[in-house]
Design a protein around this ligand. Structure first.
Ligand SMILES: [Mg+2]
Length: 361
């Protein structure tokens, strides 16, 4: 029996220009890996450059071809060894993650088990938070998005982007945070994400100016590379300080854990489901919970499997793309997504015909 790995890339325009504190974009590329064995296909994906698909085809497919599809750890190890000289963080790490996710999905489908049941669930439903509130939105668009999550869907926590223009628009950040609180009322938690835009004391001053807004989550107040800065802000503001979305290997999380209140882990970057489980164990050893970063449907099963999960980011851009490309996507209504206990694998099917128009590699 052979494992057949292949990959394709699809570039989908956003529904409105999107921007955070340190980046702006008008399209998003999803790289979907198919892992086949014995006439059964598993699906995994990541968000990144189309070149990720080439790494899957050229560097990963050959090293897993002759392995047993049931032995995901053996395949993971072979792939991680195979990309040594390419460098784990970045495109090679994205490829590894998507391939590992596809192999877990393949195994679940071959066992005719929902992926959450193959991994073993720690909970019956995954808590989520609505994530968007881009700095490129005007007041009306932000209001509509947050009101939809908080009031129409009943999601009890929502996040907006701040740190506009590398932290040079503090007054507008505060206006948008104030408007967000006005939209969601007192019954919904307000999260903010600066994407590393502020300097250390600037982040602390901003948090103090926003004291009456009761912000519960302050993500990447400073660069994720400034670990001591993260620790300083964490010690001086009431909100939980979180980071970790750029973590490509276990050592990254081990280094960051002492400086944050919650570790973010992205299953499409960290090394897939295999490494997500280990990253959550690292967090637990530091007394921390983890939060799943973006790619919501790729996280659901592993988020259900991790005992120390806090929540999962229901990111507007990715949730939209996943519902455009996949059949069987979930709704975040009520603020938690029940675990699918019936459909084999991750429960999703690629809508080949709909996807074809976006294909770029
Ligand atoms: Mg973030």
């Amino acid at each position: 029996m052979k494992i057949d790995l292949s990959a394709r890339a699809y570039t989908v325009p956003t529904d409105f220009p999107e921007a955070d504190g340190t980046l702006a974009w008008t399209s998003t590329t999803i790289v979907i890996v198919r892992a086949g064995a014995d006439g059964v296909d598993g699906l995994g994906w990541t968000y990144g450059p189309a070149a990720t698909a080439s790494v899957v085809m050229e560097m990963l497919a050959p090293v897993v071809a002759d392995l047993d599809p049931g032995d995901v750890p053996a395949a993971w190890s072979a792939m991680a060894r195979g990309i040594r000289n390419a460098g784990r963080p970045g495109i090679a790490g994205l490829a590894l993650s998507a391939a590992d996710n596809a192999l877990w999905d393949l195994k679940a489908r071959r066992c005719e088990l929902p992926l959450a049941r193959l991994l073993g669930a720690a909970r019956g439903a995954v808590p989520v938070y609505g994530s968007g509130g881009f700095t490129s939105y005007d007041a009306e668009r932000q209001h509509r998005q947050l009101a939809h999550w908080a009031h129409e869907l009943g999601i009890p926590r929502v996040k907006i982007k701040i740190g506009e223009s590398w932290g040079r628009r503090e007054d507008r950040d505060l206006e948008r945070m104030t408007a967000a609180r006005r939209t969601i009322g007192d019954g919904t938690e307000l999260f903010v994400d600066a994407n590393g835009a502020y300097q250390r004391k600037q982040a602390v001053r901003l948090a103090r100016r926003a004291a009456d807004l009761d912000v519960r989550w302050f993500e990447e107040p400073v660069s994720s590379d400034d670990l001591r800065g993260l620790g300083l802000v964490r010690d001086l503001v009431p909100a939980d300080v979180a980071a970790g979305e750029y973590g490509y290997d276990l050592v990254y999380f081990e280094r960051m854990a002492p400086y944050v209140d919650c570790l973010q882990v992205d299953v499409t970057r960290c090394g897939g489901i295999s490494e997500f489980l280990r990253a959550a164990a690292v967090a637990a050893a530091h007394g921390l919970q983890v939060s799943g970063h973006c790619a919501p449907h790729q996280h659901l099963a592993v988020a259900a499997a991790v005992p120390n999960l806090r929540h999962l980011e229901w990111f507007h851009d990715h949730a939209r793309i996943e519902s455009m490309l996949f059949e069987g996507t979930a709704s975040p209504e009520g603020g938690e997504v029940p675990i699918d206990r019936a459909t084999p694998g991750n429960g999703l099917t690629l809508k080949e015909e709909d996807a074809a128009r976006w294909r770029t590699a």
